[in-house]
Design a binder for this molecule. Structure first.
Ligand SMILES: Nc1nc2c(c(=O)[nH]1)N[C@H]1C(S)=C(S)[C@@H](COP(=O)(O)OP(=O)(O)OC[C@H]3O[C@@H](n4cnc5c(=O)[nH]c(N)nc54)[C@H](O)[C@@H]3O)O[C@H]1N2
Ligand SMILES: Nc1nc2c(c(=O)[nH]1)N[C@H]1C(S)=C(S)[C@@H](COP(=O)(O)OP(=O)(O)OC[C@H]3O[C@@H](n4cnc5c(=O)[nH]c(N)nc54)[C@H](O)[C@@H]3O)O[C@H]1N2
Ligand code: SF4
Ligand SMILES: [Mo]
Length: 762
């Protein structure tokens, strides 16, 4: 993502589609095609076809090996400057996704209750006719804004055009953005003028002399090139500071590990900022010439002392001081990792990432090796023939999009607001939902509300490849082609070594699966929406490549990738900061103009109520969210998740390693059974599990009810006041063993600065 803030705002008022590239799932306009690409014979006696992985959003360039018409192996594309021949466990297991017995194979219509998983097979004509009929009916009865679309990732672009053309403002509801990188994106956009955590992460760990990770559990969070850069940095001797309440894979490699009290990171960061300023550890030249707001920052942070932060964060002053001095010593080649998943506590999430951005700037780590760097855009064309013709959208009297959050509108409709609108009919009724590439029941916290909302809809349909919860809850399910069976738009990578590449079919689509372009085109016809005029999908690829002086044939001849020189670093005298002020904002006046804080303040996240502990969560290195749980190879590696429980707490409760328990949250919701991992590697005031397990879809034969789902324990959510992203670490659990509810002892005293969560039940 290489728009600066000015360009961003300009484009965002024109069209939200321009924002796709900056959402974590969106890497540009991705539109697929049909015919298989010609393969060259390679190892294993198999034909080799270059393409792009989509087992997660990182989109590593790959080579698929096809023998006797069957995909037998996936490797990284050796010509790729980012991953070379490497793929991760998930990338490797794309082979099993194609042949998963629980794939959505045919268009299906619900027979039983929503969620029950009883379907009948119907034809494509019947499915598309029924969807078009329901869209027209709802639009006629309630108006265009009663139609909403939740989407994520490459498969969702074409269908998004349809919803936009239908005239609804609810066509860019990308729940994942509001559950993922939203607050971090907003903080960096307003501080340094661009988003450092789009589809890519523009932080140069490979050339850093020191790295700071706040959360960011690299090694469990796996994006191949990001991990390679991290390992390259560490191999070259970079020092590592890790802040995490849990002894993560990254903590295991740290020079200094700070096992922080959950929810107090901003206290630590503000005390560090104060220390850096008061001990003259900041980059005076960079601050004087390229930053504004220094005096405000200094005044606002001067009372955040190390002693105070040590009490709030439950850390030791010498460790905190040693950590910041280690980072300062490496400046400006220091990597204050901007983070990625940032919707932690609701209030304070923007401020935490703003503090990380401020620290980066104080160290002058902008546009230098090891710091945050500037993306380099590679030119590619726009294929008009893959788009729907859309009229200008007439906003409703009261808009969901221009709602109560001052900074949400450019990013689309706030997920939580759409769900509320479906349930309450306010500010207007939302009666039909299309879903594509997002598993809303696992992804949006408080699935009980999401299920209530679904039951309030006149009609819900989804396009998916696996029969997860969203499929099971839909009225009609459309079988999408998986990424190995289709074209998507030309992929332009804007990291350290930029490149252009193309996703193309490695094998033909199985069963009755169709490409997202085919689906959108054929639904558009039934709705009298003009556009989607490309005959075959190669047409739009060629059109996009032409602007770069390329063609599919040329790209094939180059091994599927063409690289370009990047310009990630800048001399100080050529630094252009993309904020309105043209400087790094150490204080963000625009936040203040909306009644928010120009300089972040510490906003404590309430502590667990007596008898409860906080539920925190993260990634399994061998799974992607809920989407890979049924994959045979990955299920074999990790069939279920475990609950990390502090060993002292376990001793108090009489719980042994590997015992099976259930959880009960602060609102009395119970989890599925989960095995305990007793460990000193987590603080007593938190328990941890990886996300994505505990599937409630009876249609996933391997994954159904394996492990527990973190989201089903999330009934207390807080929207951040800047953009309405939804918090997830604001939920508390106690343990149920042999039908007895066990109260969690409070082993770390809570200081007076932090209030207790007021539970209705506790
Ligand atoms: N294998 C794999 N890799 C992935 C993904 C995947 O699905 N599978 N998903 C990708 C995506 S989209 C994202 S957004 C990222 C998410 O990965 P990250 O951006 O790394 O997520 P975080 O929430 O920062 O990190 C989780 C860590 O935060 C710690 N933590 C919990 N509470 C606190 C707290 O209050 N303070 C601090 N300092 N730490 C805390 C947890 O113990 C855990 O170790 O992963 C990406 N990588
Ligand atoms: N409780 C909880 N909630 C979370 C998180 C968490 O850690 N805990 N993490 C948050 C984060 S950081 C993120 S990024 C989001 C991720 O949220 P999602 O993107 O919703 O993640 P998945 O669970 O993988 O669901 C993806 C869905 O898309 C489908 N799919 C995959 N590929 C294709 C395709 O090619 N075509 C079509 N049509 N469908 C496809 C999958 O089968 C699945 O149903 O979740 C967020 N929500
Ligand atoms: S990180 Fe792994 S799953 Fe993600 S794109 Fe790369 S190989 Fe695929
Ligand atoms: Mo994410």
């Amino acid at each position: 993502m290489s728009l600066n803030r000015r360009e961003f705002l300009k484009r965002s008022t024109a069209t939200c589609a321009a924002l796709t590239a900056m959402r974590m799932g969106g890497g540009g306009l991705f539109r697929p095609a049909s015919a298989a690409a010609s393969g060259l014979p390679g190892s294993l006696g198999a034909a080799e076809v270059t393409s792009v992985c989509e087992m997660c959003f990182w989109r590593c360039p790959i080579v698929g090996k096809v023998k006797d018409g069957k995909l037998v192996k996936i490797e990284g594309n050796p010509k790729s400057p980012v991953n070379g021949t490497r793929v991760c466990a998930r990338g490797n297991s794309g082979v099993q996704l194609v042949y998963d017995p629980d794939r959505v194979k045919y268009p299906m219509k619900r027979k039983g209750a929503r969620g029950e998983g009883k379907w009948v097979r119907i034809t494509w004509d019947e499915a598309l006719d029924e969807i078009a009929h329901n869209i027209q009916k709802v639009k006629k009865q309630y108006g265009p804004h009663a139609l909403a679309y939740f989407d994520h990732g490459a498969s969702a672009e074409n269908m998004r055009g349809i919803f936009k053309a239908l005239g609804t403002e609810n066509y860019t509801g990308e729940p994942a953005f509001f559950q993922c990188v939203g607050p971090a994106a907003l903080a960096y956009l307003n501080t340094v003028g661009y988003i450092t955590t789009g589809t890519r992460q523009y932080n140069d760990m490979g050339h850093a002399k020191a790295i700071l990770l706040i959360g960011s559990h690299l090694g469990e969070n796996i994006h191949v090139s990001h991990i390679r850069e991290y390992i390259q940095g560490l191999s070259n001797g970079a020092k590592l500071v890790v802040v995490d309440p849990r002894f993560s894979a990254a903590a295991n490699k740290a020079d200094i590990y700070l096992p922080i009290r959950p929810g107090t990171d901003t206290a630590l960061l503000l005390a560090w900022i104060n220390h850096v300023i008061s001990h003259n550890l900041y980059d005076k030249d960079f601050v004087a010439n390229h930053c504004q707001g220094f005096d405000d920052l200094k005044a606002a942070t001067k009372n955040y002392s190390m002693d105070w932060a040590a009490r709030v964060c439950d850390l030791k002053v010498p460790d905190m001081v040693a950590a910041i001095e280690l980072l300062a010593k490496a400046s400006p080649n220091v990597n204050i990792h901007p983070g990625r998943h940032s919707t932690w506590y609701g209030k304070g999430d923007v401020g935490r990432h703003q503090s990380q951005a401020i620290l980066t700037a104080l160290f002058g780590a902008v546009g230098v090796p090891g710091g945050i760097y500037f993306p380099t855009k590679v030119k590619k064309g726009k294929a008009e023939c893959a788009e729907a013709e859309a009229e200008e959208i007439q906003p409703p009297k009261v808009s969901l999009k221009e709602g109560k959050y001052p900074f949400s509108a450019p990013f689309g409709t706030v997920t939580a607001d759409t769900i509320k609108a479906i349930i309450t009919g306010k500010p207007y009724p939302v009666k039909l939902l299309g879903v594509n590439g997002v598993n809303i029941i696992q992804t949006i916290p408080n699935p009980y509300e999401t299920m209530k909302a679904i039951n309030n809809l006149d009609f819900i349909f989804c396009e998916d490849i696996m029969a997860g919860e969203t499929a099971a809850w839909s009225d009609i399910v459309l079988p999408g082609a998986v990424y190995l069976e289709r074209y998507d738009a030309v992929y332009s990578y804007d990291g350290l070594t930029p490149y252009l590449t193309v996703r193309q079919p490695v094998v033909p689509a199985l069963y009755e699966a169709k490409s997202p372009y085919w689906i959108a085109k054929n639904l558009a016809k039934r709705l009298n929406i003009k556009g989607y005029t490309c005959d075959k999908e190669e047409d739009f690829i060629e059109e996009e490549l032409k602007a770069a002086g390329l063609s599919l044939a040329k790209l094939h001849a180059e091994g599927g990738i063409v690289t370009y020189p990047g310009k990630p670093y800048r001399d100080r005298n050529e630094l252009e900061i993309g904020t309105d002020s043209g400087k790094v904002n150490l204080a963000v006046e625009e936040f203040a103009s909306k009644g928010l804080d120009a300089v972040p303040k510490f906003i404590p996240a309430p502590a667990p109520p007596k008898g409860y502990t906080r539920l925190i969560y993260g990634r399994s290195p061998v799974h992607t969210f809920s989407r890979t749980m049924n994959n045979e190879w990955l299920h074999h590696e990790e069939p279920e998740n475990r609950l990390w429980l502090n060993d002292e707490v376990a001793k108090h409760l009489g719980i042994k390693d590997d015992e099976v328990v259930t959880l009960e949250n602060q609102d009395g919701k119970r989890s599925l059974p989960i095995k305990v991992l007793v460990t000193p590697g987590i603080r007593p005031d938190a328990v941890y599990m990886t996300h994505g397990f505990g599937s409630r879809s009876p249609l996933l034969s391997r994954a159904y009810k394996k492990g527990a789902a973190d989201g089903f324990m999330m009934t207390n959510t807080i929207e951040d006041p800047y953009m309405g992203a939804t918090s997830k670490r604001t939920n508390f659990v106690r343990i149920v063993k042999d039908k007895k509810v066990l109260a969690i002892p409070e082993l770390r005293p809570v200081p007076r600065e932090i209030p207790y969560f007021k539970s209705k039940r506790a």
